[in-house]
Write a protein that binds this ligand. Structure first.
Ligand code: NAD
Ligand code: TYD
Length: 335
């Protein structure tokens, strides 16, 4: 099996590459990544000397690159995206380009090369926001609220149109919030862990009562692999850990686990259009493909904190330069 993994130098993509190298050692993996601010070759250090792994620096919007790479490819797993809601609110041009146009370029290149399966890694955010009750199923209508989720929803619709129109074997996964090693420290958990490790304040948006359904990245990656290997063409699968937490609960837990003081918690103005609650019904992937989450949240969170403690040079290198400018722009304060 020859697999093209796009966005493999980012958080979830690199965890997926590591999973494949460990559990499918006879597969050949080509990783295409543009190395944007979120892409980091250090995330693939352990992969790069493996004979069955090849890294290509390139843009998924570049049809020539995509066409050339598809030659011997059996399956594509598209992780490449602009992925941060706050950045999409500051400006969403790159989100439209990579998330929508990039997906279209990959779909065309893959279809032309008769690639056998195309997995689009999407997000639960395409369903919009929930009130206090209910969970997203695969039948929930798409109702994205942020420029990020709107771009992901547009990509999902294109992917489904390629299945409907051309009979192309596409699959879509929609996962809830991930946490774990190699997550870029702009997202809630790694931002707060690394700020707390440096005795810096952690900015909680609004009243801190927004709820997310957290899943360890390795459970997400195993689910994507299940869908790649077993999902029927055209299918959509929700992925989630049945693990809803309010942001304030996570914040207090991180402060406690790191032995810091709650005075480091700072309530800041709310994110514009902030989705209140996400919760996933993952019954379909459990019933049809036998997937179950394996990592308990309490243990996963402790291991993740330990990973950031053990990899301080990794995140210190990121939290400099351009990152400081982003922080100033997003939070109105210097890091
Ligand atoms: P990330 O921001 O950490 O990584 C994205 C990667 O894509 C980076 O390596 C970047 O260099 C690469 N990339 C960006 N634009 C590119 C382009 N034009 N061409 C080639 N490569 C490009 O993102 P992530 O958190 O790992 O998310 C991966 C995927 O999973 C995304 O599609 C995202 O929408 C989805 N997702 C994320 C979460 C989450 O909690 N992080 C949850 C559900 C779904
Ligand atoms: P985030 O990690 O950006 O993921 P998403 O927006 O895709 O769910 O944010 C998770 C939650 O944490 C979300 O409700 C916004 C909140 N949040 C803060 O309160 N402060 C922050 O600095 C960040 C980045 C997020």
């Amino acid at each position: 099996m020859n697999v093209l993994v796009t966005g493999g130098a980012g958080f979830i993509g690199c965890n997926f590459v590591h999973l494949l190298l460990a559990e499918r050692p006879d597969w050949r993996i080509v990783c295409l990544d543009a190395l944007t601010y979120a892409g980091n070759l250090a995330n693939l250090e352990a992969a790069r000397d493996q004979a069955n792994f090849r890294f290509v620096k390139g843009d998924i919007c570049d049809a020539a690159v995509a066409g050339e790479l598809m030659a011997d490819i059996d399956a594509v797993v598209n992780f490449a995206a602009e992925s941060h809601v706050d950045r999409s609110i500051l400006g969403c041009q790159e989100f439209i380009r990579t998330n929508i146009q990039g997906t279209q370029v990959l779909l065309d290149a893959a279809r032309r090369a008769s690639v056998r399966r195309f997995v689009q890694v999407s997000t639960d955010e395409v369903y919009g926001s929930l009130g206090a009750e209910g969970r997203f199923t695969e039948q929930t209508p798409l109702a994205p609220n942020s420029p990020y989720s709107a771009s992901k929803a547009a990509a999902d619709m294109l992917v489904q149109a390629y299945h409907h129109t051309y009979g192309f074997a596409t699959l879509i996964t929609r996962c809830s919030n991930n946490y774990g090693p190699y997550q870029f420290p702009e997202k809630l958990i790694p931002l707060f862990v690394t700020n707390l490790l440096a005795d810096k304040k952690v900015p909680v948006y609004g009243d801190g009562q927004n709820v997310r359904d957290w899943l360890h990245v390795s459970d997400h990656c195993r689910a994507v692999l299940c869908v790649l290997e077993q999902g029927p063409p055209g299918a959509v699968y929700n992925i989630g850990g049945n693990n809803e937490r309010a942001n304030i609960e996570i914040t207090k837990k991180l402060i406690e686990l790191l032995g810091k003081d709650e005075s480091l918690m700072e309530f800041v103005p709310d994110r514009l259009g902030h989705d209140r609650r996400y919760a996933i019904d993952a019954g379909k992937i459990q019933r049809e493909l036998g997937w179950e989450p394996r990592i308990d949240f309490a243990q996963g969170l402790k291991n993740t904190i330990q990973w950031y403690i053990d990899h301080e040079p990794w995140w210190q290198a990121i939290k400099s330069g351009d990152y400081r400018q982003y922080y100033q722009r997003q939070y109105g304060t210097a890091l």
